[in-house]
Design a protein around this ligand. Sequence first.
Ligand code: AGP
Length: 614
Amino acid sequence: MCGIIGYTGQRPAGPILIEGLRRLEYRGYDSAGIALFDDRDGLFVQRAAGKVDQLVSRLEGTLPPASAGIGHTRWATHGGATDANAHPHLDPSGRVAVVHNGIIENFESLQRPYRQRGIRFMSETDTEVLAYLVADELARGLDLAEAVRAVIGMSEGAYSLVVITKDEPGRIVAARVGNAGGIVLGHNEDEKFIASDLAALLPHTRNVTFLEPGEVADITAEAVRYTDLEGMPLMKAIEVQSYDPVAAVKGRFKHFMLKEIHEQPVGTLDMIRGRYRLDPPSVDLDDMPFSAEQVRAFTRVVLIGMGTSMHSAMVGRHYIERFARIPAEVDNAAEFTYRRPVLDEHTLVISVSQSGETVDLLAAMEEARAAGCPQLTVCNVPGAQTTRVADATIYMRMGPEIAVASTKTMMASIIAIHAVALWLGRMRGTLDSSLEREQVEAAQHLPAAIGEALLLEPQIAQVARKYAQAEHFLFLGRGWAYPIAMEGALKLKEVSYIHAEGYPAGEMKHGPIALIDEHMPTVALALRDELHDKMRSNIEQLKARRGPVVAVVSQGDETLNGVADDVIELPEIEAALSPLVALVVMQLLAYYIALERGADIDQPRNLAKTVTVE
Ligand code: AGP
């Protein structure tokens, strides 16, 4: 949520900030703004409700030739998407400008003394008061970094914050408090960058430093000084990143979502390369820091995530139970944290997150850490906070995912858990060698099968046209196809704004079937596995109530021809991996329905790519 950008150096800062905002826009796009050091007026500030384009048109021809400044793209928490609520926020004298990501929980009590003195706030945000407070601390004689630390001491919540003052052109102070929203710094010899995530920095530098919670960076073009929140100096190393910024352009595709769907065959290949070995068939996760003794002592696996990542965890649960024979459960991370889960050092916690920044997940991981659980995380963004909390990380190797709706990273995270399940099974001696061989060989076929699933695109686009005007959709699946049905519904909701429900097919008769009539289509995942016959019966029940059915079936399955209204036949793949191939159909269906409806596919309303508030 919210993207923060900053630059101090020798080049014109304005275009660098605008380009950075465009790269961060997927984090939030309710409004955008910049503040630049301006020789004439001290600080030049421009803000606009709406996307970065709105800001750019408002800036037309007015950018001062400043060589330092800060910017922000907002996902609204306090106050609507208006010009007044857009960041940066200033103190009443215009001396201090602040951008912020996260929530200041006690902002009302911080505002009270000002209100009592008759001072008005120009916005409804929890941020503005921070600028007032920093200005007051500067007036008391503190320097900028000291003032920021003092204000952090008064503020409650988890957030990141970047502050400038017109008194010190070129100096920027950035701080990270708690787990909401990362801050990464980029270093070139005579220029420094600040951003909420790597994607905005990589066109400029690969030399980066991540701020940890409780750290403050005092930044000029030449140097960065780090302290903790008490002002004690810290030493931090520069890391060299190999993330590919070129992947963050749309290329020949109309939308990032479609591009990212199409990246799945290659991405899948990258996921399995070096991890799945054919001779002898095995999964190689030797860099796992858990000893054989520790792995054998695991009594339970808890998988956690939010949204799409939770759906990956739900598929993964099947793999853990089937291949490693360890009791496994899945939890929505936000629920997990607050129900005081029973955990111990024999519970392996597997967290899944594309961004590695989701605040609900980080809170859950802290809960698990406090209970002494070994933790493994699956993440796409190098160096993200989840990778710092967990004992071990499996990277998704998918490159930047820009579309707000996750696609390729769900694919990668399911493969990651498949690999973990096989590895656990081998380590614990619970995995039959023929099953291991079958799964490892099947994984080798996965990239090609996903490529073949993409060839279904014209058929799926046609089905999408047929049902694009429906106002409600039902998605059904059983077993490992149930989370894929959930994901089909989520994807459709996100990008087309159609109301959609994902249900385990067995549950249908317990309520949802009341919704079925000729206007409510169902997408039924009837994959070839031990539950196929039951799924077929469910489809018959839908047809008996005149519900249109799109059946997604395995290759060569003709049993639903003439029963379902539309049949989409998947390429051949081993049953346990069939959910991955079916996932491609769910993604394309959502995409093409949204396209038919003219929706804003890459940046759907109300959403943000990275959710850093609870
Ligand atoms: C996916 O399409 C959604 N944008 C959302 O559900 C997402 O999966 C969720 O917010 C979790 O994000 P994460 O994977 O970055 O933790």
